[in-house]
Design a protein around this ligand. Sequence first.
Ligand code: ADP
Ligand code: ZN
Length: 677
Amino acid sequence: MSNTSNTPPRKPNKVNMPKFNLNWFYLFLALALGSLFLFNDSNMGAKSVAFSEFQKYVSNGYVNNIITYNDASVEAYIKPEHVKDVFAADSNEVGKNPLVLTEAPSTDSMDRFIKQETDNGHFNGKAEYKTKRNYIASFFWQLFPFALLIVFWIYMSRRLGGGTGSGGGGIFSVGKSRAQLYEKGANNSKITFKDVAGLAEAKQEVEEIVEFLKEPQKYTDLGGKIPKGALLVGPPGTGKTLLAKAVAGEADVPFFSLAGSDFVEMFVGVGASRVRDLFRQAKEKAPCIIFIDEIDAVGRSRAKAAAMGGNDERENTLNQLLTEMDGFGSNSGVIILAATNRVDVLDKALLRAGRFDRQIHVDLPDLNERKEVFFVHLRPIKIDETVDVDLLARQTPGFSGADIANVCNEAALIAARHGKKFVGKQDFLDAVDRIVGGLEKKTKITTEAERRSIAMHEAGHATISWLLEYANPLIKVTIVPRGQSLGAAWYLPEERQITTKEQMLDQMCATLGGRAAEELFLEHISTGAMNDLERITRQAYSMIAYYGMSEQLPNLCYYNNDEYSFTRPYSEKTAELIDQEVKKMINEQYERAKTILAEHKAGHNQLAQLLIDKEVIYSEDVEHIFGKRPWASRSEEIINNNNTLEAEKEASTSENSDASKENDAPKKDGETTETVA
Ligand code: ADP
Ligand code: ZN
């Protein structure tokens, strides 16, 4: 269980388009202000004159209306028949009601002047008094809401667009597909089957898709229909994305890549419009490949979602996806590849013929495949002659392709840190350990008592797994804290498709060995066993409720893969019975563990002391104490046959306890192998 791998970044950096610049906003403001002043000044047919000049116009009887402002500026309208006298121009040049502007000494003097001119009959128009508008202030007040809006808009577009790195489009592109496009002919990033190690069967299956894309008429001429989609099923990091890219690379067609979660957005309807947009773009580029990673983000069964109160948005997105897949003709040259780890949660409609009707299984690599993956990833690394790929492949059971890529990279980093010219064997081994268990934390302080407690616990596991026939043989035990765990034991589990009840019980007993040793030899139990207890509880429930392995409830399987259903397929009474049986089973195994440990107390304590002294012990040390396992030949055989190395960790906190949650779901393949066998 090497869940600690860091998934390498999958997506190349997107090319960022220039973002909306705040400078544009300032420029816009300046322009607006400037034009306002210009407009003000170029008041058509207005003429600024001295006050004395203005008085003359009034005395001559040219003036029609006068507006006096509080700041003693004056606007006067000239009578149409006198326009010529004032402006020396025609009225159609200066407008119908031309203005004369002037500054009076004060409003009072203006008032007196108007009175006087009215009295002597020179002025008979209207005299008004007004408060002057402050153009600039009022302009800002009018602009303020707009400015607010603009600022808000910029903020929103940054949030929406910028957050996901999709660049310039901002808010206007929420409905656009987020797909990453790898154009054909971009040779520098072209991935071919050469880059994909192992996965022989999967490659063979997709080979056909490459053929479809290259020569569609070969198939359509015979009346065959080109498949629309294929589903790559397998655990993360096994190279599903890589395989899809290789298909595009081999067929030399454009490749659209996006994750299922890219469709999902906080706005209603966005997902659906993104799907539409994606297919529109794809059709333009046909023939091409669309790759949707983690399709379960949108493709979860609708019925199940509805039971949860439903997520209309996701449902709409899924419906749109189904519609689009139906909508394009099978010879349009667009092929959809999707990846998921969990086919069982996908909506059945997605798996129907004409949609993702092909499933290609991409599994964790076996020994030989791991060797191939190592060869691929060792290519760019400078290694010295000590590196033995065989050994590395053997040391990395259960690793995915991504984990191995990670090991190679990590080894190079470790070597560089030590100032080496080449990467050596030890660097790789350190890298493997680091990826399995997280970084060694020699500095993490454990007290003498804690170390003793951890050593007792680990020795308990080691002792029992050594003494029980079906328990996984131990390879290495350590009490060096790593990452979240305080101690760890590595076992070599047998690869098997069918597990017997005895094997499961022995395993359970060995897992309980840690807690049992604490209780027997330390007289107080600790939190260190939480991870163990969680695992065996889950195991016991699945044995009883799913595999029908208990005496009270034989041959009954209550497995229900509908994760949203809250109704149990059994009665309250049965639920109680299951609980009872689980308790009984665990108690039995716990007692068994204690009996074995009590019997082998001397050996156990010796082992624990050895652990305290050496920190790391290997199977040889255990063999030294307890003698050869009678079943040793079997484990030798296993080593030669490639298997899964399992690191069992003790959680020091509860945080890492969900890492292995998914693993214990009842093995579906148990059934299939049975029918084949
Ligand atoms: P998935 O999509 O299945 O989660 P990826 O295809 O993204 O996994 O794999 C991540 C990385 O792991 C790849 O970029 C590649 O470097 C490495 N990798 C995984 N499987 C293989 C393989 N079979 N051969 C070579 N490299 C692999
Ligand atoms: Zn334990």
